[in-house]
Write a protein that binds this ligand. Structure first.
Ligand code: PGA
Length: 251
C-alpha cells in the first residue's frame, strides 16, 4: 500500500504572520492518519516552520537547493543548509525552476546528488509543456526528465527517498487540471519506466504525485486513479482551509 502524500508548494507567497497562523491550523487540525502531509515554504521561513511543526508529522522542505556545498553563489542555498535548519525534503526540477530560471536536466541531476548526499529526501518534478503535448512528445519529455533525475541512484534510494511529481506545465497555475485519464496515463508510464530500470518492487512503492491546478473540487477524482498517490499543490495550498480540504479527499 502506498501512503498518500499531499504537499503544499507555497512558492514565493505568504508572510511570517500568515505562515504562523497556517502552522497553528496544521497543529490544531491534523490530517487523517493515513495521509502524509508536506509544506514547502519560502526558504527564509524554513527554520520557523520546522520549529512550529516539530510536534507534528508534517514534512517540511525547501523549494529548491543548489548543487554546490558552499561558495560564491549569491542568493542560493545549499542542501546542507536546508538540512541544518531541520528540514527533511527539497523539491527539485519544478517547472518554474526549469522554465523561469533555466535549470537543465543536468542541473537537476547535480542538485539531486547534492540533496541526497546532504540527507534530504527529494520530490523530483517532471512535466511537458503544451507544445510538447500537442506534438505528441509527452512521454519522451517526461520520461527523459525522469531518467536524468534518477540516473545512477541505488534502488533503495529511489524507494525510500524519492517522490516523483508529474506536473504538466500547462496545468500549473492555469486552472486547466489534467483529466484523471491524462494524469493516470502519464503516471502509469512513469511507474513502468521505474519498473524497467529498478524493478517492480521499487516501482510499486514509488509515490507519484500529480500537480497542476489541484483543488478541493478535483482532488478526489485525481486521487482515485490507481497510479496517482498524492498531490503537489500550489495555489490551493495557500489557504489553510483549502489545504485542509485537500487532505480530506474522498478515498
Ligand atoms: P498549482 O501549482 O497548484 O498552483 O497549479 C502546482 C505546482 O506548481 O506545484
Amino acid at each position: 500500500m502506498r501512503r498518500p502524500f499531499i504537499a503544499g508548494n507555497w512558492k514565493m507567497n505568504l508572510d511570517r504572520a500568515s505562515i504562523g497562523a497556517f502552522c497553528a491550523a496544521l497543529r490544531d487540525n491534523p490530517a487523517p492518519s493515513g495521509v502524509r502531509v508536506g509544506v514547502f515554504p519560502p526558504s527564509v521561513y524554513l527554520a520557523e516552520v520546522v520549529a512550529a511543526l516539530a510536534a507534528t508529522d508534517v514534512v517540511v522542505g525547501a523549494q529548491t537547493c543548489h548543487s554546490e556545498r558552499s561558495g560564491a553563489f549569491t542568493g542560493e542555498i545549499a542542501a546542507s543548509m536546508v538540512k541544518d535548519v531541520g528540514a527533511s525534503h527539497v523539491i527539485l526540477g519544478h517547472s518554474e525552476r526549469r522554465h523561469v530560471f533555466g535549470e537543465s536536466d543536468g542541473d537537476v541531476r547535480l542538485r539531486m546528488t547534492a540533496a541526497l548526499a546532504a540527507g534530504l529526501d527529494v520530490i523530483l518534478c517532471v512535466g511537458e509543456t503544451i507544445a510538447q503535448r500537442e506534438a505528441g512528445a509527452t512521454a519522451q519529455v517526461v520520461l527523459g526528465q525522469l531518467d536524468a533525475g534518477l540516473a545512477g541512484l541505488e534502488p533503495a534510494t529511489v524507494t525510500d527517498r524519492v517522490t516523483v511529481a508529474y506536473e504538466p506545465v500547462w496545468a500549473i497555475g492555469t486552472g486547466h487540471t489534467a483529466t484523471p485519464d491524462q494524469a493516470q496515463d502519464v503516471h502509469a508510464q512513469i511507474r513502468a519506466r521505474v519498473a524497467h530500470g529498478y524493478g517492480s518492487d521499487v516501482a510499486d512503492k514509488l509515490i507519484i504525485q500529480y500537480g497542476g491546478s489541484v483543488k478541493p473540487a478535483n482532488v478526489s477524482e485525481l486521487m482515485a486513479c490507481p497510479d496517482v498517490d498524492g498531490a503537489l499543490v500550489g495555489g490551493a495550498s495557500l489557504d489553510p482551509n483549502s489545504f485542509d480540504a485537500l487532505l480530506r479527499f474522498e478515498s
